[in-house]
Design a protein around this ligand. Sequence first.
Ligand code: PDD
Length: 277
Amino acid sequence: PIVLAQKTFTHQDNLKYPFEERGLQFGDGIYEVIRIYDGSYYLLKEHVDRLFRSADAVKINLAATKEEITDLLLQLLEKNKMTGDGKVYLQVSRGSAPRDHVFPQGIPANMYAYAQDLPRNLENLQKGVSVITQPDVRWENCYIKSLNLLPNVLAKQEAKEHGCYEAILHRDDLVTECSSSNIYMVKDGDIYTHPATNRILHGCVRMRVEQFANDLSISFNENGFKQEDLFTADEVFLSSSTSEVMPVTMIDNKQVQDGTPGPITRKLQAAYENDAN
Ligand code: PDD
């Protein structure tokens, strides 16, 4: 496999970082996960835009334009002869320097990206998934796609240990998002989700879900909803670049209605398929 390292390409075995690397030592960096269908990026512009928003928010100098990064990401697919479904992971840390909380001066950010095959999760997309609920113990800047993922990792692991696919997070009573996806419920034909504030990651797929809802004349309500609402919802689904539009059919061991994906979720899944192909 060929990886992007800074602004050049190399075999992944040549990618070596010193142990004093700020991504490793402080989680001092940002990342993106971008979906690939049939060898082409889906929502590439949205991901590159968000990368720049994250970089600005944490004062990392990317030392590249959006056009340059877009071009490098396109070359990455070509060099790996990607033709099927996959994903690209792109990470930028503040750089390598002797460990000090204060930003080092005059060193470049460390950027790398790699592409991997990732088949669509067709069985889960068809049947839906089970999830648990967990308190959202993260910081106040969840709109930044930061490398600091320990609370997300712990929540997802808790889900796994309960035989579940994801953890729905709630801050006090209000449902925010999941450990690595956005969350929605449907009640009386309307979609409800947390507003795109600093408390959630503004998902690229979430932006498309809003557009699909508008196209389908389904109301997309961003006033949020409560944890207890999950248990009386008509439908629940989550979204992300890797999960797409994923039906949630069981929450904390309780079925969502009859435990099968609902009609609005199905319409949004169809809109997604249409958009991504
Ligand atoms: N996760 N919320 C969180 C906390 C996320 O980590 C993600 C993405 C999303 C959905 O964002 P998008 O629609 O842009 O993929 C929401 C990626 C896939 C990951 O960390 O692997």
